[in-house]
Ligand binder design. Structure first.
Ligand SMILES: CC(C)(COP(=O)(O)OP(=O)(O)OC[C@H]1O[C@@H](n2cnc3c(N)ncnc32)[C@H](O)[C@@H]1O)[C@@H](O)C(=O)NCCC(=O)NCCS
Ligand SMILES: Nc1ncnc2c1ncn2[C@@H]1O[C@H](COP(=O)(O)OP(=O)(O)OP(=O)(O)O)[C@@H](O)[C@H]1O
Length: 194
């Protein structure tokens, strides 16, 4: 089974993914695939340097993500060009992994924006209030303007929740989140049996 996990930035996707991993699921994260490509994949690195210039090359030879992030979230056309370089490679990587059998949870921030829901069996949205999203991002060192710029590039999380098969509420404690994950997994297992 392939589960697509989505939600807004800072809503708690990686936290949910870890809970599923601890409960026996295989997991893969589109953001982590992007990071790998930008640090090690020569073809990707050269394409990104061709788009933004040498200033985005980091001293270690990969791409300086903070520098690219500063440039793209305020410029929809540039972001779209960057996505054009990365998305086909990201998608083929997670699809290949999830084809190996077993129960997979695939973390895809832009699952609904990019209409990828048909490529998974079940969709889950992790929901947090936008104020909570901003507070979590600030705690991670992003300023409010940067946080809002990224959120503006995403479908509102309330719309994602409407589109998803299941919703996890993540404005409360981590214990409350874990309880919801336990319920959800038993529901999913029941669906598999029927
Ligand atoms: C711009 C980049 C270099 C910034 O890197 P950085 O380490 O600061 O952020 P990171 O990759 O960890 O992303 C954190 C979050 O930002 C948001 N975000 C990232 N890319 C996008 C995008 N294209 N549109 C909207 N939100 C995005 C997501 O919520 C994501 O979970 C990087 O995010 C990137 O290359 N983005 C384009 C590829 C993409 O669409 N990635 C999303 C998953 S496929
Ligand atoms: N219920 C919670 N209580 C307290 N802190 C939380 C809770 N859920 C998540 N967090 C914290 O909020 C931050 C964002 O969570 P997480 O990284 O899981 O979100 P994300 O959706 O994967 O973010 P991104 O979109 O940036 O990849 C993390 O530091 C995480 O530890």
């Amino acid at each position: 089974m392939k589960i697509g996990l989505t939600g807004g930035i800072g809503c708690g996707k990686s936290t949910v993914s870890k809970l599923f991993r601890e409960r026996g699921f295989c997991t893969i994260d589109a953001d982590a695939i992007v990071h790998e490509l930008l640090s090690k994949d020569e073809a990707t690195i050269e394409a990104v340097v061709a788009l933004f210039g040498e200033a985005v090359r980091s001293p270690s030879g990969g791409i300086d993500r903070a520098e690219v992030g500063q440039r793209v979230f305020g410029d929809a056309d540039l972001l779209s060009e960057l996505e054009g370089i990365l998305h086909p490679k990201v998608r083929s990587t997670w699809e290949a992994a999830a084809q190996t059998g077993g129960d997979w949870l695939v973390e895809i921030p832009l699952l609904f924006e990019k209409k990828l829901q048909k490529n998974v069996d079940i969709t889950i949205c992790v929901f947090s209030d936008p104020q909570t999203q901003v507070e979590r991002l600030e705690q991670r060192g992003m300023n409010r303007t940067q946080a809002l710029a990224r959120m503006k590039r995403q479908m509102p999380v309330s719309e994602k929740a409407e589109l998803a098969d299941f919703v996890l509420l993540n404005d409360g404690s981590l214990e409350f989140l874990a309880e919801q994950v336990d319920h959800l997994i038993s529901n999913i297992k029941n669906l598999q049996i029927q």
